[in-house]
Ligand binder design. Structure first.
Ligand code: NAD
Length: 491
């Protein structure tokens, strides 16, 4: 069993209150670690350490190329520790080790990418309308950043925040989800080995309502970056108003996956499964809203059902497992409630809809892969984020109809569609109101491509150059090389 500590001001510490939390393996509910349980006071100490490191420390003035080297080195260390980190992530989240390995590859790449980008952000000279003057734009780090990540992709989501913030010269207080802190603590350890100055990276464990809320409310935090649910996001916006701090939000999604009749049937089918059952559907971009054109609807649903019945549930550490458990008992209850709601609303249950009966899965938070057909636009199963292994299927007839229906949601994170028609590709890509649109693919992320939502799926973008710029302020420097008398007031 692991005994963890938090990292504040360059020291590994327990919570001021002495409280701790047991971290549970969702496969069998065994206790895998005990970590400190921060509250407001610990968060305030971490913020003070980050404030000192930003205002008085060397980090914001360290040459960007050096900051970049250190990030690159951290990326390399993550790659070297890939297997250990992947196993830790699977222990904590229940996902298969193979999925966690892919996560680690992406995470190593993110640190390397922002390592490379850190010294590429030059300033700009802009034209000034006045003689003998010069106008320049420079980018400077925003300051102290509070960073709050969710439990579904613990280290991946943390890395999307840590790497650009550090590259830009900010100092950070990172708070992973209270139930999945282990890999973020491990990467903090790796960063310590590299020698990031004291107070630049602070990692605290603790619940949102206290430790997280302190980060969002504190007047000493200049930017709050949050990934999580929409309702928490709304609280963050309110809390951030104390000092009008900058806000970056990555919230939920209800993501349509649209299959036109001319699509490559087998490939679209394969990806439709991958779009949802990775990490048991606990992905903000899960393609849980499947929209199938009427000509192929029956055949597609039948083929889907056939494949879904063969999905192997089990331990993430068993090579044969294709889908692990959900994260917690509460979350399992929520997913189960949605399955009941869908049936009450009149959706047709074709498979799953309940917990598995297998005796060896009883201790884990498992839910069967579930398929609902005959779903309608207004149903809650279609409109709300379930975050579990449930597909709702809607039948459509025309392109215009499906685009309008797909857009008819409060969310706007991501969408995908499948067709061979190049003109349709152009029209539908433009018509869908989502931050990312995948054409003949689904759930593709990489360091270079910005990620974020339209509408209530968020504010701002992570990843790519834009994700770096979120952590900078633009300053306009105006120099007058030949000031002349004005002589207006009393002249
Ligand atoms: P959540 O909102 O419950 O918690 C997310 C984080 O916020 C946790 O660290 C939690 O401790 C903290 N928190 C909770 N209440 C808080 C408060 N009042 N003040 C400050 N912090 C608080 O979300 P979750 O259940 O951990 O994650 C699932 C959600 O995350 C889903 O809605 C999913 O769509 C979303 N998500 C979005 C993206 C994206 O890129 N858009 C990626 C992953 C997950």
């Amino acid at each position: 069993m692991i005994t963890g500590k938090m990292y504040i001001g360059g020291k590994w510490v327990d919570a001021v209150s002495g409280k701790s939390r047991e971290i549970i393996n969702p496969f069998d509910q065994s206790v895998i670690a005990v970590v400190p349980e921060a509250d407001r006071e610990d968060a305030a100490q971490a913020i003070a350490a980050a404030r000192r490191a930003f205002d008085k420390g060397p980090w914001p003035h360290t040459p960007a190329a050096r900051r970049g080297e250190m990030l690159y080195e951290l990326g390399q260390k993550i790659a070297e520790n890939r297997e250990e980190l992947a196993r830790l992530e699977s222990l904590d989240t229940g996902k298969t080790v193979e999925e966690s390995r892919w996560d680690m590859d992406g995470i190593a790449d993110i640190f390397k990418y922002y390592g490379g980008l850190a010294d590429k952000e030059g300033g700009e000279v802009i034209s000034s309308p006045f003689p003998d003057t010069r106008s320049m734009l420079v980018r400077e780090p925003v300051g102290v950043c509070g960073q709050i990540s969710p439990w579904n992709y613990p280290l991946l989501q943390a890395s999307w925040k840590m790497a650009p913030a550090l590259g830009a010269g900010c100092t950070i207080v990172m708070k992973p989800s209270e139930i999945t802190p282990l890999t973020t603590l491990k990467v903090t350890e790796l960063a310590e080995e590299i020698g990031f100055p004291e107070g630049v990276i602070n990692t605290i464990c603790g619940p949102g309502a206290s430790a997280g809320a302190e980060l969002a409310e504190s007047r000493d935090v200049d930017l709050i970056s949050f990934t999580g649910g929409i309702e928490t996001g709304k609280k963050i916006i309110q809390a951030a108003s104390t000092n009008v701090k900058k806000i970056a939000l990555e919230l939920g999604g209800k993501n349509p996956n649209i299959i036109f009749a001319d699509a490559d049937f087998d490939i679209a089918l394969d990806y439709a499964l991958n779009a949802v059952f990775f990490h048991a559907g606990q992905i903000c971009s899960a393609g849980a809203r499947l929209m199938v054109q009427e000509e192929i609807h029956d055949r597609f649903v039948e083929a889907l059902l056939d494949r879904m019945k063969k999905i192997r549930l089990g331990s993430g550490f068993d090579e044969k497992t294709q889908m692990g458990p959900l994260i917690s008992a509460e979350h399992l209850d929520k997913v189960e409630r949605y399955a009941a709601i869908a049936q009450e609303e009149g959706a047709r249950l074709l498979c799953g809809g309940k917990r598995p009966d297998d005796s060896e899965l009883q201790k884990g938070f498992f839910f069967l892969p579930t398929l609902f057909d005959q779903c309608e636009n207004g149903m809650r199963i279609v409109q709300e984020e379930v975050f579990g292994p449930i597909i709702s299927v809607e039948k459509f007839s025309t392109e215009a109809e499906v685009v309008e229906r797909a857009n008819g949601t409060i969310y706007g994170l991501s969408a995908g569609f499948w067709t061979r028609d190049p003109d349709r590709i152009e029209r539908v890509s433009r018509g869908l109101k989502f931050g990312t649109v995948w054409v003949n693919d689904f759930n593709v992320y990489f360091s270079q491509a910005p990620w974020g939502g339209y509408k209530q799926s968020g504010m701002g973008r992570e990843l790519g150059r834009v994700g770096f710029e979120e952590y900078t302020e633009i300053k306009h420097i105006y120099q007058n090389h030949n000031p002349r008398p004005i002589g207006w007031f009393g002249g």
